[in-house]
Each structure stands twice: as C-alpha cells, then as structure tokens.
Design a protein around this ligand. Structure first.
Ligand code: PLP
Length: 181
C-alpha cells in the first residue's frame, strides 16, 4: 500500500494511526510505503509517535523522502532518520534533477553519500515533469544521461539513483538511457 501525494504526513499521527490500524487488518497487505517531503521541510514532523507508528506496525514500513540537495538535510532530519533506521524502517530518497540547483555530478554524488550517512538510500532521480512555469529548471535529456553516467563511475551501485521520467498513461516510471538522447 502506497500513501502518496499530496502529502500523507499532513495527517495527524492520530489519523495515521487509525488508517494504519485499518490497513493492518487487510490480510494480504504486507508493506506500507509513505511518500512525503515533510520530514525534510519540517523535520519536527518525525515525532516519536510517528516513529513508533511506522516501526511498530505489522506492515513493513518504508518512508520515501524527497531531497534534491544536501543543503536540505538538517541535523534534526538526520536524527529522526537514524531512529527510523535503527527501528527497521526502510528509508529511500527521490530527487528531481533541476537546472542550476543540482545538475552537477559532484553535488549529486555528495548528496548520495550524505543520504547514506543518514541511513537513506537514493532511489530515483527524476527528470522534471513538464509543468507550466518550471521550464527554466529543465535539464536536457542528453545532459541528464551524461551526468548519470559520471555518477555511475563515481559511486558504488547502491548509491546510484535510477534516472527516470514519468510518462502519463504508463503504469510505471520509465528508465532514461542513452537511447533517449
Ligand atoms: C513513482 C511514484 C510512486 C510509485 O513508486 P514506484 O517505486 O515506482 O512503484 C508513488 N508515489 C509517487 C509520488 C511517485 O512519484
């Protein structure tokens, strides 16, 4: 079961606890995944109750955060992430490749390494969705693929996020490779 955007952590711990209790009653459900940007922008959201909730469930919990730049990683986030990790919650990160913000292999390699130190594994590196008003952040596909190749050479495989984009109507994200250049 995936709880995803909007942002599920907008819900109070109480509401989430009620929801998770209901989900736990569904026999075939085994995993719970929450996608949220809140733990990064408001690290206080990683309350002891939330940590307890995610680690104490019968469902194996995964929290996917959304960090684009290592400057977004606060000490408070790192502490919360460490607690989740020690209690068996899987932590993953997705980033969006943004021109002028993180379109640099040095910086992305640093992000992967810093995430790992917090117990978070890089999962996805997204090409920007073409939404109105964001064109100035777009990185050309050929550059994105080159950046990703450089990253692959610099990082161990488990710290390399998958370069993907979303195509509307498709059931999963599509990997972006040199075939797309
Ligand atoms: C891609 C995506 C999912 C699904 O994740 P997969 O790991 O590809 O199955 C869920 N929520 C959001 C917000 C996503 O971007």
């Amino acid at each position: 079961m995936i709880l995803s955007g909007g942002d599920p952590l907008i819900l109070s711990d109480h509401r989430l606890a009620e929801l998770i209790k209901l989900l736990e009653k569904v026999p075939h459900l085994r995993r719970l995944r929450i996608h949220s940007r809140l733990p990064v922008i408001v690290p206080q959201r990683l309350t002891p109750e939330l940590i307890h909730l995610l680690s104490g469930s019968r469902l194996h919990s995964t929290l996917v955060v959304h960090i684009n730049h290592s400057a977004e990683i606060s000490d408070e986030f790192s502490r919360g992430a460490a607690q989740l990790k020690t209690r068996g919650v899987t932590l993953l990160n997705q980033s969006v490749l943004l021109r002028g913000i993180n379109d640099n292999s040095e910086l992305l390699a640093g992000l992967s390494e810093k995430l790992f130190e917090c117990g978070v594994l890089p999962y996805y590196l997204h090409l920007l969705d073409r939404v109105e008003g964001a064109a100035h952040f777009e990185v050309e596909i050929s550059r994105a693929v080159k950046l990703h190749d450089t990253l692959r050479q610099r990082l161990p495989g488990y710290l390399l996020p998958r370069l993907v984009r979303e195509t509307s109507g498709e059931k999963s994200k599509s990997p972006v490779t040199s075939r797309h250049c």
